[in-house]
Design a protein around this ligand. Structure first.
Ligand code: ATP
Ligand code: MG
Length: 580
């Protein structure tokens, strides 16, 4: 069975059996796979599996959409079927080409290929219109001339039936005439709507004569000003599915109550559309410390709370990409969390761990000193230089090694020194010995402070018998092992560190106050030192900076003369007490 947990390098060969190396996540059965297996057994669709991912181009895709993309495209890959990418573009006021382009880009980046199956609901505007005329001719739809508010007031409540509109019994001829004139632009926006004629007393509010067309003068990014009436989502969606011969129309749980309408519309058109797809609902993804709503993400962008849709703190695919997430890690995540019918929250650490697992295998190791403290080795001559061999990957000798120069003056992390060490602190402190990774054991002999009593540099002596990899080094054990860079060769780099977008694990975005819940200091820019070769890193190239985490060269800002790295994720989850 083909499977979506393939690596980027395998993408060109998606028809081949893919070895999943150490990260195998075997497809586990779930209720959707069970339905499809049964349909294949009974030949319900002639063995065909055709799914679709139907985004509305009114924002950038987020990680919740990735769950749906991986599911729909993944099912098509597994069952050797087809997955369509369809833009549900029926609301021209909010939609646009920028969003279309970003969605295409994100789906491709995630590793999926829609082949020739790129569609737009707007391609079906003419057909959708004709089906409406047909519904009218069958007495199944009517033009209502009440205002939006009047329609809402007559809709009833969950416990009280709705009331028929005074226009419900218009004749077929009158309805056809009015509907055609709506299309021709004779009426102003909001004066008439077309409604399905179902049942104003239905316990399901969606069946109380839902509006299926509205008058709206808005320029559409594809059809321009050709239309001044636009079909509603529920009406458009099921017909688009049917026209594309979709077999399994997979959507999120909030559409469960819309399924009777989906089925009602297709039942009315059964002799006119190619098939009647099966709608199947699954629980949407909720991820801690962030939000999964395009509307709210849009508010964060437009309000300047973040620096755009691709801000590395955003849960958008563009943001995750800029942060350094790999497509593989997101597909692995989608597979791990599975699909079910029960709403739940997934901890951000689950997503991060998928990334750590991927990068741990693939990322080359490098050294960076994020918050530098100067260290002088007092018993080395001023011009001393010694080559230290540093492996590119501790578990993969085949990745080779490189040389770092040890010199008299180094940078170490400020955190790796404590003047008065706390209990259990095994790194450098006055009189304490630690190993300089890949080099010698050193001992702190002096602490130099400035006039404000801040530590400015520390002086150490080194033991020449203890070079890493030598016999002498084995004779002596020290507890601390710290990284360093030569002050002579280290390069300056802008490094961006990120924290949760929301400090609350489950931000309540129903309140207008939710912006208060945004993490403070969720972005920190520091000036760090990096290994000399890192200025050659290509945008989006990722590394593990030893002991500090996984980093990526910024997609847009990385320059040879001004290297910029984003911290993608720390080596271990440090969220601890904030966890969901
Ligand atoms: P939002 O609520 O963020 O605006 P949406 O559902 O309006 O999202 P669409 O463009 O309509 O956005 O979504 C396209 C597809 O992605 C739909 O089939 C929808 O069910 C699915 N989807 C959206 N959000 C999630 C989520 N959090 N988890 C899983 N699937 C999702
Ligand atoms: Mg939607």
């Amino acid at each position: 069975m083909q499977h979506i947990i393939f690596r980027e390098t395998d993408l060109k060969n998606t028809n081949k059996d893919i070895s999943t190396t150490a990260l195998s996540a075997e497809p586990v059965s779930n209720f959707i796979r069970n339905i499809i297996d049964e349909d294949i057994r009974t030949k319900k669709w002639g063995g065909r599996v055709e799914t679709r991912f139907p985004p509305e181009p009114n924002g950038y895709l987020h990680i919740g959409h990735a769950k749906s993309i991986c599911l729909n495209f993944g099912l098509a890959i597994e069952y050797e079927g087809v997955c369509h990418l369809r833009f549900d573009d029926t609301n021209p006021k909010k939609e646009g080409k920028e969003y279309v382009d970003s969605i295409l880009d994100s789906v491709r980046w995630l590793g999926f290929d829609w082949g020739g199956h790129l569609h737009y609901s707007s391609d079906y505007f003419e057909k959708l219109y004709k089906y409406s005329e047909y519904l009218i001719s069958q007495g199944k739809a009517y033009v209502d001339s009440l205002t939006g508010e009047e329609i809402r007031n007559l809709r009833g409540t969950l416990t009280k039936a709705g009331t028929n509109s005074p226009h419900r019994e218009r004749s077929v001829d009158e309805n056809l005439d009015l509907f055609r004139r709506m299309k021709q632009g004779e009426f102003s926006d909001g004066t008439h709507v077309l409604r399905a004629k179902i049942d104003m007393a239905s316990p399901n509010m969606n069946l109380r004569d839902p509006v299926i067309y509205r008058i709206l003068r808005a320029h559409h990014h594809r059809t321009g000003d050709a239309w001044c009436i636009y079909p509603m989502y529920d009406y458009t969606h099921c017909i688009s599915d049917a026209l594309e011969n979709i077999t399994h129309s997979v959507c999120t749980l909030e559409f469960e109550d819309h399924r009777p309408l989906y089925d009602w519309i297709l039942a009315q058109l059964k002799d006119r559309v190619p098939c009647h797809p099966q709608q199947i609902e699954f629980a949407r993804l909720n991820l801690t410390h962030t939000v999964m709503s395009k509307r709210i993400l849009m508010e964060l962008v437009e309000g300047g709370f973040v620096e755009g849709w691709d801000d590395p703190r955003m849960p958008t695919l563009a943001g995750l990409r800029r942060r350094g997430y790999t497509p593989f890690s997101i597909r692995l995540f989608a597979e791990r969390i599975g699909v079910s019918k029960a709403d739940s929250w997934i901890g951000m650490d689950v997503l991060e761990n998928c990334l750590r697992e991927d990068l741990n295998i693939r990322a080359q190791r490098r050294i960076a000193v994020l918050k530098p403290l100067k260290l002088v080795i007092v018993n080395l001559p001023d011009n001393y230089e010694e080559e230290c061999l540093v492996p590119n990957h501790p578990q993969k000798p085949e990745n080779g090694s490189r040389v770092l120069a040890l010199t008299k003056t180094l940078y170490i992390e400020r955190d790796d020194f404590m003047e008065v060490p706390t209990k259990g602190y095994f790194r450098l402190a006055p009189g304490v010995e630690v190993r300089l990774r890949y080099a010698y054991i050193i001992k702190c002999v002096k602490v130099i402070k400035n006039a404000s009593n801040e530590i400015e540099e520390i002086h150490c002596s080194y033991d020449p018998e203890t070079k890493s990899g030598t016999i002498g080094s084995k004779a002596r054990k020290v507890k601390g092992n710290i990284h360093w860079l030569s002050s002579k060769y280290a390069l300056k780099s802008e490094v961006r560190l990120f924290d949760n977008l929301f400090s609350d694990s489950r931000p309540d975005v129903s309140s207008r106050e939710y912006k208060r819940l945004l993490g403070v200091n969720s972005k920190e820019i520091i000036s760090a030192y990096i290994e000399p070769s890192l200025n050659e890193a290509q945008p989006e190239e990722f590394f593990q900076f030893e002991r500090s985490g996984y980093f990526v060269a910024d997609q847009l800002d990385m320059k040879t003369d001004r290297p910029v790295f984003n911290r993608t994720v720390t080596l271990r989850d440090s969220r601890g007490k904030y966890k969901a």
